[in-house]
Design a protein around this ligand. Structure first.
Ligand code: SF4
Length: 356
């Protein structure tokens, strides 16, 4: 019997009605790819939360990057980010209008562009959760050239979960393995103490099935919940302390806006004053506000895209009238259809366009 079959058998024995939310785009990819929802008992519902960094980047932050690109700044970003719609098109659209927007594989690629032409102004559009922030902090500590700066859109997981549990119906969480490698499992204990069993999981099907077994064991146990670790080969309870120190040497916590979730207190990062010379939102504040002064976000908020509800686990992609019709991976209308970690992308790819 395979490990997966054994775990599924345990899940069947422990099964009970439960709504489990994961907060990780890579988890969604594994769950969709291996059809895990289809092999679990029907009473176990696995919801997708706001765990895809591309998906949660709000229109305003993409608009800021486009405003800079339209002002002659070289914008560098990961490939997925280039296709995410802002209020009036994507960075890719800006590139097709002649703006200098370049895809990079790392912050070091962006720094290399700045070093190669000291007269250029190069901005790295830095997105992602606690997983990617330490890498960007390390790059800043290496003193990149002063024609290089960061446009920050980092998000912090814990404040987002704190907000989510106020408004969604969920019983337990699968904690994101990547994020836990940095911050550890301890910060999630507060949710266990509020009545939500939570287990950190890796990215293979077997890892996710194990996390579900561990959640069900907690729920069928004494009623005392805790944050547990089903991914000990990569996650330590205390996380990567050195990476945390580096992150908070360079960045400080600030409020941040999330697509679909609005502004969440203390859920983002900004550069510490010591590193303000690398903060594109400070250096180019006038350029950005001039370009963005006429943008209205009311129109976008009323669009037909259901990403806001999907990112909170309240709806599935089939509920969106645009799914697989106007919105497909090659013609994404919302951010959840762009990235391989997005719920709509995975629903389209693995459940098929016919699921609408
Ligand atoms: S299918 Fe497209 S438009 Fe609909 S919610 Fe998903 S990303 Fe938004």
């Amino acid at each position: 019997m395979s490990a997966e079959s054994e775990l599924l058998e345990k899940i069947r024995v422990l099964s009970r009605p439960v709504r489990i939310m994961h907060i990780c785009g890579t988890h969604e990819r594994t769950i969709s790819r291996y059809g895990l929802r289809d092999v679990l008992p029907a009473e176990i519902e696995v919801l997708s939360g706001p765990g895809c960094p591309v998906c949660v980047t709000p229109e305003e932050e993409i608009d800021r990057a486009i405003a800079l690109a339209e002002s002659g700044v070289i914008i560098t970003s990961f490939g997925d980010m280039m296709r995410v719609p802002g209020s009036n098109g994507s960075l890719m659209d800006a590139r097709s209008r002649g703006c200098d927007v370049r895809m990079v594989y790392s912050i070091d690629d962006a720094i290399a562009i700045a070093k190669k032409d000291p007269r250029s102004k190069v901005v790295f559009f830095a997105i992602g959760f606690e997983t990617t922030a330490p890498t960007n902090a390390a790059a800043i500590l290496r003193n990149p050239p002063e024609n290089f700066s960061l446009l920050l859109s980092h998000k912090l997981t814990i404040p987002a979960v704190s907000e989510l549990i106020k408004e969604i119906e969920v019983d337990a969480f699968i904690a994101p393995g990547h994020v836990c490698t940095i911050i550890g499992v301890h910060p999630f204990q507060q949710f266990a103490e509020q009545g939500f069993p939570i287990v950190a999981a890796g990215f293979e099907a077997v890892d996710l099935l194990l996390s579900i077994v561990m959640i069900l064991e907690q729920m069928n146990g004494s009623g005392k919940y805790s944050a547990e670790n089903a991914y000990p080969r990569a996650v330590r309870d205390e996380g990567n302390v050195r990476a945390q120190e580096m992150m908070y040497r360079v960045f400080e916590i600030t409020d941040s806006q999330w697509r679909g979730l609005g502004t969440i207190k203390g859920s983002g990062l900004k550069l510490n004053p010591e590193f303000a010379k690398y903060d594109a939102s400070v250096i180019y504040a006038d350029l950005i506000s001039e370009k963005m002064k006429n943008i209205s976000y009311e129109k976008s908020a009323s669009s037909l895209c259901h990403c806001a509800e999907i990112l909170k686990g309240k709806e599935k992609p089939d509920n969106c009238p645009l799914f697989s019709k106007k919105c497909t991976p090659s013609t994404p209308v919302g951010s959840c259809m762009v990235s391989q970690e997005g719920m709509c992308y995975n629903w389209y790819r693995y459940r098929g366009a016919d699921s609408a």
